[in-house]
Design a protein around this ligand. Structure first.
Ligand code: IVH
Length: 676
């Protein structure tokens, strides 16, 4: 590489950057970190600065982001959406402040410092106070019209009061709350789909969906910090602007600092660095802006970025450790995933000893070898990833990894599907898959079999006591007591748990059976619509697709599943075992029960899953809603409840904790009322 001339290196860098831009913007599946991308772009800019004769208008250095997607209508922004200069260096922050001072000599330049939200940039267009359009940044001048998707964000006003005449472009960031991100990945895992790498990719991927009903389920949120066109505005400062947004009902950043000197700006940056992990959204930096709009106008912009603003980016938290081994995990659907087994190391406050390596291509691309010293980063604070190999620390003993040609569990040959990176074990009786399927079947979100957790599943499978899902229903105490470490009490509990699961509602069974692509939401909708497993089995692909949440791919997958003769045998055995195929489901007529006619909002972390709580509310005749409004009857608040509580107080909604909730469910409401 070192011997390439600038004439060769520059086009190569452009190709590389173009490739990563497409992965990031169009497929929402980046292969490199932001920092690696920034480094490539910086390299290109440096080379172009040395060789201005080689700069072309289509160079990625001259553009802001990727191109808009073809599937959406392309729309022009009234005022282009610029990007920000960004830096990881405090010295460059000082340079930025001094540069502004030089341009406006003798003037005080008050600054605001805001969190830099790591989401997807969006521009809302309001005309005479009505939301008429929402567009992504696209190439900065033209973006995708994603109005329908943006409207699924319930908190966004489609009308703003105050008699605003004219056009107003409000700019901000669409994001996926960190908690929701974790839930979605769990759901995807359960449905056999690949996890999103971080909340930003998940948000970008969601906004890209053409079907806004699917977007609505993702639970996107947005917050706003800027404007493009702003006709008839009398706002003078950023602080006033944020205030105005609040009065419109448009959320802004959780906290904003003010500064007048470099020292104060750095102090704000450090302060934000300490508390940013507590925000419900991901942040990757601080944005410094001149507060006074008239000063901004005089400072102006370069072709890409304003001179009045700059982003300081925090270094992601990283640590160096040794990769001891690469193991291969077999998932419930047979996908083989290589996993890095690490010497335990502390990153962002928790010990990391494993990291997913995604697939073989990823290992080859990063040239990760067994025995290497690697840099671990907690990408998006959630999933640890290997971001870099320290090649100069190799001593020659490192081993190259190759994906096994046979399944590490059943030793059968593995398949690599045409055009896909994933390698799969196609053997449906593979022990590892079988184990994961049973774990899933028994899990709390599915059949909820008490006593049948991961280690018990392992014991039963290893001892050969269970050979398909139906065999757990013929376990008896004598057989269980033969197992090591199995006492009378655990055996009794397990059998009681299994017994109770015979009565589980159909949606739990459907989800637990692990049909490819059928997650918990679809399982509920299918159970609701078809009522029994037999009716579902008789449904055509078209019938299936007429169900809310069920698309073509899922419908096909369900049909194929029912057509599989082994599935037919399994279902027959489960029927013999007396499981509820929907016939015994209670269809509580809505409105009946102790919570009759009440509307609930859940917030904070609760001691049982939200799905479960919501189910109990529905069973008791109530309905569950995602956001607090005047119509909300109760807010059930768990620990660390956030902004929904403020809203509940504002609307005078009753806020109760879990103990009070249990009382209400068991009909003790009157006692509570008379006691208070
Ligand atoms: S101000 C002229 N403020 O970060 C551009 N941007 O890397 C003014 N971002 O393009 C942008 N949080 O999409 C601004 N508090 C914040 C922000 C923010 C996130 C995004 C925005 C921007 C990108 C630059």
């Amino acid at each position: 590489m070192a011997c390439l001339t600038p004439e060769q290196r520059i086009p190569e860098l452009r190709r590389e950057i173009g490739h990563h831009n497409r992965l990031y913007y169009e497929q929402a599946t980046p292969e490199i970190t932001d920092q690696e991308f920034d480094a490539l772009l910086r390299k290109l800019r440096d080379l172009e600065a040395l060789h201005p004769e080689l700069v072309t208008p289509d160079s990625p250095s001259q553009r802001v982001g990727g191109g808009p997607l073809e599937a959406f209508e392309t729309v022009s922004h009234l005022v282009p959406m610029q990007s920000l200069d960004n830096t990881y260096s405090e010295d460059e922050v000082a340079d930025f402040v001094r540069r502004m001072q030089k341009l406006l000599p003798g003037e005080k330049i008050p600054l605001t410092v805001e969190p830099k939200i790591d989401g997807v940039a969006i521009s809302l267009l309001y005309e005479d106070g009505r939301l008429v359009r929402a567009a992504t940044r696209g190439d900065g001048s033209r973006g995708d019209n994603v109005t329908e998707n943006i409207k699924t964000i319930q908190a966004l006003p489609t009308r703003i009061s105050g008699g605003f005449a004219g056009r107003m472009e409000i700019r901000g960031e669409v994001y996926l709350p960190k908690k929701r991100f974790a839930e979605i990945n769990e759901e995807r895992d359960e449905a056999g789909l690949p996890a999103f790498a971080n909340p930003r990719n998940a948000a970008a991927g969601s906004l890209k969906q053409l079907d806004s009903r699917l977007v609505a389920k993702r639970g996107l949120k947005a917050l706003f910090y800027g404007f493009g066109a702003f006709e008839g505005s009398e706002v003078r400062t950023q602080q006033e602007f944020l205030e105005l947004l609040r009065s419109f009902g448009l959320p802004g950043p959780d906290k904003v600092w003010t500064a007048e000197t470099v020292e104060q700006a750095l102090e704000a940056i450090h302060d934000l660095g300490r508390i940013r992990h507590d925000f419900p959204y991901e942040t990757d930096g601080a944005v410094l802006k001149a507060d006074v709009l008239a000063q901004r106008d005089r400072l102006g912009s370069t072709s890409k970025a304003p001179r009045w603003a700059m982003a300081y980016k925090y270094e992601p938290e990283r640590a160096v450790t040794r990769l001891r081994e690469i193991t291969v995990q077999v998932g419930r659907t047979g996908v083989l995933t290589p996993v890095a087994e690490l010497e335990p190391v502390l990153v962002s406050g928790s010990t990391v000893s494993r990291a997913t390596l995604h697939n073989e291509e990823e290992i080859q691309r990063k040239d990760i070898r067994i025995g290497d010293h690697v840099v671990i980063e907690k990408a998006g604070e959630v999933i640890p990833a290997v971001v870099e190999v320290l090649k100069d620390r190799r001593d020659g003993h490192e081993k190259v990894f190759a994906m096994p040609g046979r399944c590490p569990s059943c030793d059968g040959p593995v398949l690599r599907e045409e055009g896909q990176v994933a390698v799969r074990c196609p053997n449906p009786s593979c022990q590892a898959q079988w184990r994961r399927r049973l774990e899933h079947f028994a899990s709390r979100g599915a059949m909820d079999i008490e006593g049948l957790g991961e280690s018990m599943v392992g014991q039963l499978v290893d001892a050969g006591l269970v050979s398909d899902l139906a065999t757990i229903y013929s376990l008896n105490k004598d057989r269980l007591l033969d197992l090591e470490r199995m006492g009378e009490k655990s055996a009794t509990n397990l059998l009681a748990g299994i017994e109770a699961s015979r009565e589980r509602p159909l949606w739990r069974l459907l989800f637990g059976l692990g049909i490819l692509h059928v997650g918990v939401t679809a399982a509920r909708k299918l159970a609701e619509r078809f009522g029994t497993l037999d009716a579902l089995g008789a449904a055509s692909e078209e019938d299936l697709q007429a169900t809310e949440d069920v698309g073509e791919v899922m419908a096909r997958s369900i049909r194929l599943w029912f057509e599989n003769p082994q599935v037919g045998e399994l279902l027959e055995k489960l029927r013999q075992a007396g499981l509820n195929f929907g016939e015994r489901d209670e269809h509580t007529p809505s409105g009946e029960g102790p919570l009759q006619g009440t509307i609930w909002v859940l917030t904070g972390s609760l001691s049982v899953s939200r799905d479960e709580v919501a189910e109990r509310i529905r069973q008791a005749g109530g309905t569950v809603s995602g956001s607090v409004s005047k119509k909300t009857s109760y807010v059930l608040a768990g620990e660390e409840a956030g902004s929904k509580l403020d809203k509940a107080r504002k609307f005078g909604v009753i806020i109760i904790d879990e103990a009070e909730f249990r009382d209400l469910l068991s009909g003790k409401e009157n006692e509570r009322d008379s006691a208070s």
